[in-house]
Design a protein around this ligand. Structure first.
Ligand SMILES: *[C@@H]1O[C@H](CO)[C@@H](O)[C@H](O)[C@H]1NC(C)=O
Ligand SMILES: *[C@@H]1O[C@H](CO)[C@@H](O)[C@H](O)[C@H]1NC(C)=O
Ligand SMILES: *[C@@H]1O[C@H](CO)[C@@H](O)[C@H](O)[C@H]1NC(C)=O
Ligand SMILES: *[C@@H]1O[C@H](CO)[C@@H](O)[C@H](O)[C@H]1NC(C)=O
Ligand SMILES: *[C@@H]1O[C@H](CO)[C@@H](O)[C@H](O)[C@H]1NC(C)=O
Length: 602
């Protein structure tokens, strides 16, 4: 198939008379204000090389989106009829004319076809160039920028241009204007607490009507283990039936390594039923998984220990994506963090066979990701959803605020030069094609105060959210907010426990918190639901949100509604958890047993 398609493409190209004008002028494509905290230090070294990633428009994306909803909405006749990789690629392919003009433009700068790498659909072209050439091509000047608080450095520009005739044929070029700082979502207000786990059980129980057997071990209120979660979410005793047909994965970035010795120690101490569990590693873009004990990542250990033990014996994959290529603009050797989602997306979108449920516990402030780039990355998640993959992201650990632990110095202003007061939404949680997971705390559960939630400034509200979000907004006390609410895509969609998780890290047992706990947990229950679906001959769940929002119109929803707590930030109390959907805990936490019956009926 691929060879036939490219032969056809070349035949079409040959017949087209698209040509670059002999003379052209550059026009500005994008200008941004550098986010607070970044300072331009000096012009970038001309010989420093970058992977320039050029996104060509996807003229049929609206059609892809229609397919995505048709196969993800349980009331649709096509529910579950996911698209193949090839179908999806055909729907995101650029116009042949765009391909031709972009390749001619690159060739005019000496970048011939064999220097380019292309995504399978041809919608991204990547080429390694020195800064000096990028500056000519984009009529710009790159600088070395430093982030004061973290010491991170980047080579970026605040504005770039493209030849006038290419404006309709190129949607985005990076790295140019993207200053984001992609971080793991473990709370920073308190980190790993060694040796604080409460020893299991004097046998005391707490009554939780929705739990397996109506009770949960009292030790779970203060020390969460996988067995606590199986009880709390009514899944005790469920054994996966089709391991291998069903798979689960977690992603790792920023040199977060998942340590096997810690994993096995965790199983031995906490998860006797999964004593034989293990996981495999997929290395992307130079990603590593060093096993030196001191190199173990708290985030990577947490994600693997929960996602894979809860779903044992379902095979687990840890994706480790490199995103810090060697970067030596001067003697200080700062790191040049790339856009790791794109490296990972490029890999998975090229793969034929993917795990059906994937958890990611990293994010950026939405406003530090340029709009052009955020919309494009979000659209890539839609491709995965259309292929039947459920994609979960943590909703962030800063409530409605910016993550500064001191409320007095939180900076809740827009970066767009207008300096408007606003809450700080997170991305990709704000993307309408992913499932965003917030956090709860304690047994019985209440909202975790750090649970990220709110409203996107980039993405319009998808229709599946209309009823739920309109109801929530209608019940808000008028004038409650000093901060204007934008009526846009709202998040999170769901939640799960996110406080006092027992993990093993560097051979020590201790506790951690964050939506980083909630996300692999929720993903594990999605994977168990997929197991039940596949075992009874049904398609996997794929993009979950249309299903989740529709279940909640029913009397029995499959979610434990969380109605206590709020997510303060920006000098406000944030939003309240309420009856039904809310921008703190979404629809609430899963009741696996009930959801299993609902999805087997769907
Ligand atoms: C759970 O722990 C919290 C905090 O330690 C405590 O206030 C609460 O009473 C406990 N709940 C139960 C039911 O034991
Ligand atoms: C682990 O594997 C061994 C050897 O195959 C088997 O005897 C044992 O029952 C397994 N343990 C569990 C908890 O599945
Ligand atoms: C933005 O506004 C806030 C409060 O109004 C002010 O403290 C801050 O200095 C302003 N920042 C810029 C860059 O103008
Ligand atoms: C949240 O609940 C508190 C206590 O009931 C109430 O005072 C406050 O106005 C509510 N906030 C919002 C934004 O509805
Ligand atoms: C737990 O799940 C089972 C199905 O596995 C269901 O019959 C039961 O009602 C659920 N329990 C509660 C309390 O929701």
């Amino acid at each position: 198939m691929p060879s036939l398609r490219s032969a056809l493409l070349w035949a079409v190209l040959g017949a087209l008379a698209a040509a670059a004008p002999a003379e052209y002028t550059h026009r500005v494509k994008e200008t941004v204000h550098p986010p607070r905290g970044w300072n331009a230090l000096r012009p970038a070294p001309p010989a420093h090389t970058m992977e320039l990633r050029i996104g060509l428009p996807q003229p049929k994306f609206a059609e892809l989106e229609e397919h995505l909803y048709a196969v993800s909405d349980p009331s649709s006749e096509r529910y579950g009829e996911h698209l193949s990789k090839e179908d999806v690629e055909a729907l995101v392919a650029p116009r042949p004319e765009s391909v031709q003009l972009v390749e001619e433009w690159l060739a005019s700068h000496g970048l011939l076809s064999d220097a380019l790498s292309r995504s399978p659909a041809g919608d991204w072209v990547t080429v390694r160039v020195p800064v000096s050439l990028a500056e000519t091509m984009l009529d710009t000047t790159y600088h070395v920028w430093a982030h004061t608080a973290s010491g991170d450095s980047l080579v970026r520009t605040t504005s770039y241009s493209l030849p006038e005739y290419l404006h309709d044929h190129i949607e985005v070029v990076q790295p140019t204007t993207m200053f984001s700082r992609f971080t793991p979502m473990r709370t920073t207000y308190r980190s790993f607490r060694a040796n604080t786990a409460i020893p299991q059980s004097d046998g005391a129980r707490i009554a939780v009507p929705s739990a397996s057997g109506g009770q949960v071990a009292a030790s779970c209120n203060g020390t969460i283990t996988p067995e606590c979660l199986l009880e709390l979410y009514n899944a005790t005793g469920y054994t996966p039936q089709v391991p291998g047909e069903n798979k689960i994965a977690v992603t790792g970035y920023l040199e977060q390594y998942a340590n096997y010795a810690d994993y096995y120690q965790f199983l031995g101490e906490e998860v006797s039923y999964a004593a034989n569990s293990t996981f495999s590693v997929v290395y992307i873009n130079g990603g590593l998984n060093n096993q030196t004990p001191a190199d173990a990542g708290i985030e990577a250990n947490l994600d693997t220990q929960y996602a894979f033990s809860l779903t044992y014996p379902t095979p687990g994959t840890f994706y480790t994506t490199g995103g810090s290529p060697p970067f030596i603009p001067d003697d200080l050797e700062p790191t040049d963090s790339n856009e790791p989602y794109m490296q990972w997306l490029e890999y998975v979108l090229s793969a034929e066979d993917l795990p059906q449920s994937i958890s990611t516990s990293y994010e950026d402030d939405e406003q530090t990701v340029p709009y052009s780039y955020a919309t494009r990355v979000c659209a890539e998640f839609a491709q995965l959803g259309a292929r039947g993959i459920s994609i979960m992201f943590g909703s962030g650990d800063a409530g409605v605020g910016d993550g500064d632990p001191d409320p007095a110095t939180q900076e809740c202003y827009s970066n767009d030069g207008r300096n408007v007061t606003m809450f700080i939404p997170g991305f990709p949680a704000s993307c309408p094609y992913v499932t965003a997971v917030g956090a709860t705390s304690g047994v019985p559960e209440i909202a975790a105060w750090f649970s990220g939630g709110g409203f996107s400034n980039y993405f319009a509200r998808p229709s599946y959210q209309d009823t739920a979000v309109t109801k929530y907004l209608g019940e808000l006390a008028p004038g409650t907010y000093a901060v204007p609410l934008t009526i846009q895509q709202a998040y999170p969609d769901v939640s799960a426990e996110g406080v006092d998780f027992t993990i093993v890290w560097d051979a020590e047992t201790g506790l951690v918190d964050g939506t980083s706990c909630s996300t692999p947990t929720f993903t594990a229950f999605v994977s168990l639901l997929n197991d039940a679906r596949i075992a009874s001959g049904k398609f996997p769940l794929g993009f979950l949100n249309p299903l989740i929002y529709s279940l909640n119109a029913q009397t029995t929803t499959g979610f434990n509604d969380i109605t206590v707590g709020n997510n303060p930030g920006c000098g406000t109390e944030g939003f309240n958890a309420t009856i039904g959907w809310d921008p703190v805990t979404g629809w609430g936490t899963p009741n696996f047993g009930v959801l299993k019956e609902l999805v087997l009926g769907a």
